[in-house]
Design a binder for this molecule. Structure first.
Ligand code: ATP
Ligand code: MG
Length: 292
């Protein structure tokens, strides 16, 4: 087993009932220090850069990384640090906030479908269609404003949405879009600490939003929604990674390892040059060498 696979093994959920209490937000695995984590992150970045280069050259597979977390869970920081070593040309990041009126005029997968990664690319969703079974579930008034015909909103709506999302992700997998979903699992206590530091440190003030403190009041409802969501949408092809998120340095190592692991599973390699192409290369070389 590769180092990356070994590191992410216990955070990978690919079916069955998911219970948050079985996952410790403060876990740091076998790592003892930030320095050790920095070394591993550097190793992960170097490997990711190599694999991404092949992914791009081969132009067959795409990788879709979905990030979900409570506010201050560390999505932005994880995306920034983990992807810092990869070629920006091969990577696309999209953030999904409350939908616009144009977006509400369509089915809920529409806005994300338009942002799916092309073959050869890594696509990142900072929030996603999973909000449709999280914030929308926690606040029923949002659903009421979505313009779905009322007769279609029944007590089965969440089961139906899980079913549709699973089917959508199966469809993506069968088209060569590999999906990995990250739940950055931060504790309620650590969220409070991060909010307080946003209030206390002037350079972090801009990150603070009073709405985040309001959402915190629904913490338990969110946790229940996350448990249901992960239990119903984790599959072997499109697993969830429940990433310990109380220590940012560890979160980033796990995310990086999970991406490396997903890419390694594809057995990527540079396209093989056939005989015809080799003749062309040779001819081009001769021509260049003949120049004075
Ligand atoms: P940050 O706060 O770090 O800038 P963020 O992802 O929290 O990043 P915000 O603009 O604060 O960005 O929040 C986006 C909000 O949009 C979240 O509260 C999220 O729940 C909400 N949202 C996302 N998708 C939907 C959706 N489909 N329906 C309703 N609300 C949504
Ligand atoms: Mg926010």
């Amino acid at each position: 087993m590769t180092w990356a696979k070994k590191l992410v093994k216990s955070y990978r959920v690919e079916g069955g009932r998911f219970r948050r209490k079985d996952f410790d937000p403060g876990d740091t695995g076998e790592l003892k220090s930030k320095e050790q984590a920095a070394e591993l992150l550097a190793k992960g970045s170097a490997r990711m850069a190599e694999l991404q280069d092949k992914l791009y050259a081969q132009d067959r597979w795409a990788l879709l990384l979905i990030f979900q977390a409570m506010d201050a869970g560390g999505k932005d920081g994880a995306i920034k640090h983990v992807m810092s070593g990869v070629n920006p040309q091969g990577c696309q990041v999209y953030s999904f906030k409350a939908p616009s009126s144009e977006e509400l005029d369509h089915d809920y997968l529409w806005r994300t479908s338009r942002c799916l990664p092309e073959r050869g690319r890594i696509g990142i969703f900072n929030r996603s269609y999973y909000e449709e079974v999280l914030v929308v579930r926690v606040h029923p008034n949002i659903l009421a404003n979505e313009r779905v015909p009322p007769s279609l909103i029944t007590k089965n709506i969440w089961k139906e949405r899980f079913h549709d999302i699973r089917a959508f992700e199966d469809y993506l997998s069968r088209n060569g879009v590999v999906v990995r979903k990250f739940f950055l699992n931060v504790s309620k206590k650590e969220q409070k600490r991060r909010f307080l530091s946003r209030l206390d440190e002037p350079e972090k003030n801009w990150k603070f939003s009073a709405a985040d403190v309001k959402e915190r009041e629904s913490w338990d409802d969110y946790m229940e929604a996350y448990e249901e969501m992960i239990s119903h949408t984790a599959t072997p092809q499109s697993p969830w990674l429940v990433v310990p998120a109380d220590n940012k340095w560890y979160t980033r190592v796990v995310v990086s390892a999970a991406i490396v692991d997903a890419l390694e599973d594809l057995n990527l390699d540079y396209p093989v040059v056939d005989a015809q192409k080799r003749r062309e290369l040779l001819a081009a070389k001769r021509k260049l060498e003949k120049e004075a």
